[in-house]
Design a protein around this ligand. Structure first.
Ligand SMILES: Cc1cc2nc3c(=O)[nH]c(=O)nc-3n(C[C@H](O)[C@H](O)[C@H](O)COP(=O)(O)OP(=O)(O)OC[C@H]3O[C@@H](n4cnc5c(N)ncnc54)[C@H](O)[C@@H]3O)c2cc1C
Length: 441
């Protein structure tokens, strides 16, 4: 059965993280040309695909593995996100999950964060801050969400600080938020620097092909055939770690929803601005208590990062008009929090896709014989993708563990509508949720 890939990834604006990463223009590989044979082909060299490749090669050093990406490493969503490596899952809710499930999710997140930290230390990957993270609310209704989060933290014995008023303002340099919950375990990174830094860890048995969009796949036995313009790969096993692009592959589209969100990054603040407004304030990052709110960071090189706005775009591409609209909202969110920075412009604005599921469970599936997929990052897939990739490799290598059993049991998203119904639902839900977040946008 041949499936044509309907949409391949595009740049969607100027990614500020990649532009400010070391050796941003360096290519790690040639594009794929000619016909090749590998044991395994992994499509998607983001955090999930790289983690899968690293662990699979560790488990089976003699396997010949091809790792493919349509873009240059760091140009994809793994290099475009807000850079929160959170040790605590976003969606902790003591009312929805059992104590055991919450503890297992936290332990998986900690496992992935520690692995990434070990790679960062070993390969001396810069732009990593062990800054912890805030979850913040301005609106009274959203403060109630902070309280729900605290309940889950207390349930699991996780330390936190509740901050409001002057102490909070002193930590962030803005009086904007009514309250925040600070947890100390998360890291804040330049995600493009990190994903590019991980390439050094790939062993020789893994061959990377950047700038190589897959145009079609023949799912067939005994070898699947993956097509490119000017080339192909025959492989026994195909792994799809394309996250939100999964829908372009024409499989499993009724479980995940690709949604665009957008980010902007300023130039570094001046030394006068730092001493006047951010004296003794180190890098920080906050996610919003309301899911439709704004993520904000002050980076260690004193740039301000803003992320918000959502679009459902079935073409999997955001045009300039969409980015312009997001930029305007970013500007409002920025000025609301930092009115004293009125003369600071954004240097970069870009979009990227997240893969949502209805019940926030990721997808970890085998749609055809010897074809495996991971999707459904739900906006926090750096850590989640990293551990799912690791355990997918264990699954293929028949290495059992409690963590793998937990993933197999829980990574099961609910059904979502497709086609025009999906369009109607999203065109109603996105504005409704944004309105409900109010001042937290
Ligand atoms: C603006 C923004 C902010 C975010 N903030 C955070 C955050 O702070 N923390 C967090 O954990 N998560 C965050 N996320 C989500 C996070 O970026 C994703 O969960 C993460 O990138 C998922 O990694 P992945 O490897 O599964 O998928 P991706 O990073 O999307 O990688 C998939 C790769 O597949 C490639 N691909 C797709 N189609 C093809 C094809 N036809 N041929 C070849 N290659 C193909 C793509 O080019 C891409 O590089 C954010 C996302 C966005 C957009």
């Amino acid at each position: 059965m041949k499936k044509i890939i309907k949409h391949t990834p595009k740049l969607d604006g100027e990614n500020g993280w990649l532009a400010t990463a070391p050796d941003a223009n360096k290519l790690f590989s040639e594009p794929l040309k000619g016909n090749h044979q590998f044991d395994v082909v992994i499509i998607g060299a983001g955090f999930t695909g790289i983690s899968t490749a690293l662990r699979l090669a560790e488990n089976n050093p003699s396997l010949k593995i091809a790792l493919i990406d349509a873009l240059q490493i760091g140009q994809g969503t793994s290099g475009r996100n807000a850079g929160f490596l959170s040790d605590i899952p976003h969606h902790l809710d003591a009312n929805l999950y059992s104590k055991k499930e919450i503890e297992q999710s936290i332990s998986l997140s900690a496992f992935a964060l520690n692995k990434l930290k070990a790679y960062k230390d070993h390969y001396q990957i810069p732009h990593w801050d062990d800054a912890g993270k805030y979850l913040s609310a301005r609106e009274g209704e959203n403060v109630a969400l902070l309280k729900k989060f605290i309940k889950a933290l207390e349930y699991s014995g996780i330390e936190y600080e509740w901050l409001s008023g002057n102490p909070l303002q002193k930590r962030l340099g803005t009086p904007y938020y009514r309250a925040s919950v600070y947890t100390k375990g998360a890291a804040l990174v330049n995600p493009a620097t990190l994903i590019r830094g991980l390439i050094a860890a790939l062993p020789e048995s893994v061959t990377l092909f950047e700038n190589s969009p897959v145009s079609a796949i023949d799912y067939q036995q005994p070898l699947h055939k993956v097509h490119f313009v000017g080339g192909s790969i025959n492989a026994e096993k195909v792994i799809l770690t394309t996250n939100a692009y999964l829908s372009a592959f024409g499989i499993a589209g009724n479980k995940t929803l690709p949604i665009f969100t957008y980010a902007s990054l300023t130039a570094p603040l001046s030394s006068d601005q730092i001493s006047q407004y951010f004296q003794d304030i180190s890098a920080w990052g906050t996610t919003p208590a309301h899911h439709a709110g704004t993520t904000v960071r002050l980076t260690s090189d004193h740039r301000i990062f803003i992320r918000n706005s959502f679009d459902y775009l079935p073409t999997l591409q955001a045009d300039a008009a969409k980015r312009e609209k997001a930029w305007k909202i970013h500007r409002q969110s920025f000025l609301a929090r930092f009115p004293f920075l009125v003369n600071n412009e954004f240097q970069y604005t870009w979009g990227g896709m997240i893969s949502l599921t209805r019940n926030q469970a990721p997808q970890f599936a085998t749609p055809y014989k010897n074809v495996y997929l991971i999707s459904g990052c739900n906006g926090s897939g750096v850590i989640k993708g990293f551990y799912l990739g690791y355990y997918l490799a264990d699954y293929l290598s028949k290495i059992e563990s409690e963590n793998l059993r937990f993933i197999l049991k829980t990574a099961n998203p609910n059904w979502l509508p497709k086609g025009p119904i999906r369009q109607i639902v999203t065109s109603y839900r996105i504005p409704r949720d944004t309105k409900a977040a109010r001042g937290d946008v």
